[in-house]
Design a protein around this ligand. Structure first.
Ligand SMILES: [Zn+2]
Length: 272
């Protein structure tokens, strides 16, 4: 499993952490993983070594409970193989991957660096493990309603994570965008596109609707198709934008760039 995560610092401590002399955790296929489980350490400070010593020495477990520990400075410690069925959410262990943020969030707040690292880690894991569709707090697992862990609001966490994903998919520097007008057979449309690195990007759905094209959203691959053609789209704030030339080709339209007026001119037969 590749654990090189852009913008994050990951340290692999899987072979250096204390382990039980004889007991071993069970193993699973990565495709058995369905959710990431967030925990707090419930200690003001700590380290993977300290948690591992406690889980092995005091609890008598085979090894550290968590797959990842995120330190306050955002450093991610990789503690268990993803295939390891460690103890952290009881009956849900087989299908959950444990991520612990160091801190006692009953009285402290997670740091911005920790939350950013958690977003990057979960995004990376969801690409590597497509079955890991959910992100829950420890408390949200069956039988744990009584447990105040991770002790920060999971609804807020998930909202922020969705926003993080949107930005990551868009990867567009907003200030660099220059708006462009769009005309179809001489009439200006009410929507605009933008210029990015010399390419006009047009809103797929609005333009396709105006031209009578068929838009499909392929959920599995998060791809947009117009009249069956796959586009190199970017999703920004929930809307897909595609290069003018690609979109025009999919809609069987001629495309012309009017530089002085910053307008993309589309022409052709429009089905209505
Ligand atoms: Zn927990």
């Amino acid at each position: 499993m590749n654990m090189t995560i852009p913008g994050a610092h990951v340290i692999d401590v899987r072979t250096s952490l204390p382990r039980h002399k004889t007991l071993k955790y069970g193993r699973r296929k990565p495709s058995d993983i369905r959710s990431a489980a967030l925990h707090h350490s419930a200690t003001k400070s700590g380290s993977p070594e300290a948690f591992a010593r406690y889980h092995v020495g005091t609890n008598g477990w085979p090894g550290i409970a968590y797959h990842f520990v995120i330190q306050k400075d955002g450093t991610i410690y990789w503690c268990n193989d993803l295939e390891t069925i460690s103890y952290h959410v009881g009956n849900s262990n087989r299908h959950a991957l444990g991520i612990c943020l160091v801190g006692d969030f009953r009285t402290q707040q997670p740091t911005a660096a920790q939350l950013d690292a958690a977003n990057r880690l979960i995004q990376h894991l969801q690409v590597q493990i497509p079955t890991m569709k959910q992100v829950f707090g420890h408390q949200e697992y069956p039988g744990y309603a009584w447990k105040n862990c991770p002790a920060f609001p999971m609804g807020t966490f998930r909202t922020n994570y969705s926003q993080f994903l949107q930005k990551a998919v868009g990867k567009v520097d907003k200030p660099k965008q220059i708006p462009v007008a769009i005309s179809l057979n001489g009439s200006l449309l009410s929507v605009t596109g933008f210029l990015q690195d010399g390419v006009s990007m047009l809103p797929v759905r609005a333009v396709a609707n105006a031209a009578g094209g068929k838009v499909e959203w392929i959920e599995q691959t998060k791809d947009v198709r117009v009249n069956g053609m796959d586009l190199n789209e970017k999703v920004i704030d929930g809307s897909a934008y595609a290069p003018a030339r690609e979109l025009a080709a999919a809609l069987c339209l001629q495309v012309e760039w009017d530089g002085p007026n910053k307008t993309v001119k589309l022409r052709g037969d429009v089905k209505s």
